[in-house]
Design a protein around this ligand. Structure first.
Ligand SMILES: [Zn+2]
Ligand SMILES: [Zn+2]
Length: 272
């Protein structure tokens, strides 16, 4: 199955402090893979924390944001053979919606990816904080996590929701039936008008499974939630990684289209 109609919109840069390689190498991997477009979406600065608590191994510093945008725009001139989109991955922090909107406002984004990486002050996807899963009833944790995802989708701040079931990253799963939860999440995403990413990053993590779970992806398809296929690349060789398998899965659950973004406008494209 060919990936030539696909885009990879979830791509990091070394500015975030935990990705490797030059931006040019990410673009060149996308060209070599035959993708239709690539988009950068590095981690937005930790805007909700006071400056002294912002961790430079998590996200770029506030004063780097402008340079990041300029770097992406400059790459467009250098690689006319592939459209290069300007995106960003922004953390959703309840109560900080206005701060986020203000920070995003000055820049010509093609799309904004929304992520939930924090439950309160717990960075639950950080391997250094994995012991805190033991403090939770997993069914309660999943309910809390998905409520945050739904709140984020409804905020109107985001075009694409990232790794929508990231809470499973290390393999923690409740024994309860998640299908009713998946139905509720998919219905909320549809109502909020956001797209969801089918991310191959989960295949490289302990859970060993794409985000979202195939049952949740199928539920998103039933509710006509648009998808993009993303890698969440933190190194150049991860661009388009696993895309043939992701495309096969998208088709298997019923998707016939993906969406693309330009200046925060969404366009549907047939898979083939
Ligand atoms: Zn990252
Ligand atoms: Zn990411």
């Amino acid at each position: 199955m060919s990936v030539h109609r696909l885009t990879d919109y979830h791509v990091h840069t070394p500015r975030c402090g935990h990705a490797t390689g030059r931006m040019e190498e990410y673009v060149e991997t996308a060209i070599a893979a035959g993708l239709a477009e690539i988009g950068f979406s590095d981690h937005l600065p930790m805007y909700w924390l006071p400056p002294e608590r912002r961790d430079r191994s998590v996200a770029m510093a506030m004063e780097e944001l402008e340079e990041y945008v300029a770097d992406v725009l400059r790459l467009r001139e250098r690689y006319p053979e592939i459209p290069i989109r300007l995106g960003v991955e922004a953390d959703y922090i309840p109560g900080r919606e206005e701060d986020l909107a203000r920070l995003l406002e000055p820049y010509p984004w093609d799309y904004v990816i929304g992520s939930v990486h924090f439950i309160g002050d717990w960075g639950f996807d950080n391997p250094a904080e994995v012991r805190r899963f033991a403090e939770w009833n997993l069914s309660d944790l999943y309910a809390r996590f998905f409520a945050l995802e739904i709140q984020a989708a409804r905020s109107g701040l985001f075009d694409i929701m990232a790794h929508i079931d990231l809470v499973k990253k290390f393999g923690h799963r409740p024994e309860t039936d998640l299908r009713p939860v998946y139905r509720e999440v998919a219905a909320a995403l549809a109502q909020a008008g956001v797209a969801v990413e089918l991310s191959t990053a989960g295949l490289r993590k302990p859970v060993g499974e794409v985000y979202p779970h195939p049952d949740l992806l199928a539920e998103c398809c039933r509710h006509a939630v648009p998808i993009v296929i993303n890698s969440d690349a933190h190194s150049p060789e991860e661009v388009a990684w696993g895309f043939a398998d992701a495309l096969a899965l998208a088709r298997a659950v019923g998707y016939r289209q993906v969406v693309r973004f330009s200046r925060r406008q969404r366009t549907a494209v047939d898979l083939d």
